[in-house]
Write a protein that binds this ligand. Structure first.
Ligand SMILES: [Mg+2]
Length: 204
């Protein structure tokens, strides 16, 4: 049982498309009201690239996706999601089990942290991705695999996302608001949950 690369990307695009208005509304409260539009445009470009040519290996597919997202999303989120997929793709190599997925997911998270210089609690996408990575590691250590491990990752990401609401943003445009950023759920953590949910849907 593995997360299929092409299905993951397509499911992420579908979820972003379905939640684009919500993402933009969240960004309107703390940023510049473009997160949904930007994410939708970037993922549409990633899907178009897949439709155009399907790379031979998952690593190449993730790299192609990363480039489409970096070019297509723009702002801060493009390079961050691009870095996630670049690092994930390099780390997953030819691995296919839940442990491989967990290891590659953490590599992706570490890429995002290195790129964005955000830590857990800064009210960013890291607040959803880090708990998901921790949950995956715990599930793997407990011998759980497949759907149950991914379900735990989704639940952890959602809990992390919801925990961003009372936080004061310390990174990104929302940080300009200072204390006024509190009381709003973070758009990046919200789209990051969709990334994890898409992976769950891509289990084959
Ligand atoms: Mg924005």
């Amino acid at each position: 049982m593995r997360v299929d690369a092409a299905i993951w990307i397509r499911e992420f695009a579908a979820l972003v498309d379905a939640h684009a208005e919500e993402l933009t509304a969240l960004d309107a409260a703390v940023g510049d009201a473009d997160h949904g539009t930007n994410m939708r445009r970037g993922l549409a470009a990633a899907v178009a690239a897949l439709d155009d040519s399907t790379p031979a290996t998952p690593a190449e597919m993730y790299k192609q996706t990363a480039m489409a997202l970096i070019r297509g999303i723009g702002g801060a989120s493009g390079p961050l999601y691009g870095t996630f997929f670049l690092r994930f793709g390099t780390a997953i190599d030819s691995g296919s089990g839940t442990a491989d997925f967990a290891r590659a997911f953490r590599a992706g998270l570490e890429g995002v942290i290195a790129r964005g210089k955000a830590e857990p609690g800064d009210k960013t996408m890291v607040d959803a991705l880090a708990p998901a990575a921790d949950a995956l590691d715990e599930q793997v250590a407990a011998g759980t695999s497949g759907p149950d491990a991914l379900d735990a990752a989704v639940a952890a990401a959602e809990t992390g996302r919801d925990a961003t609401t009372p936080l004061i943003a310390r990174k990104g445009r929302a940080s300009y608001l200072g204390e006024r950023s509190a009381g709003h759920r973070d758009p990046g953590a919200t789209s990051a949950v969709l990334l994890v949910r898409a992976a769950r849907r891509a289990l084959r």
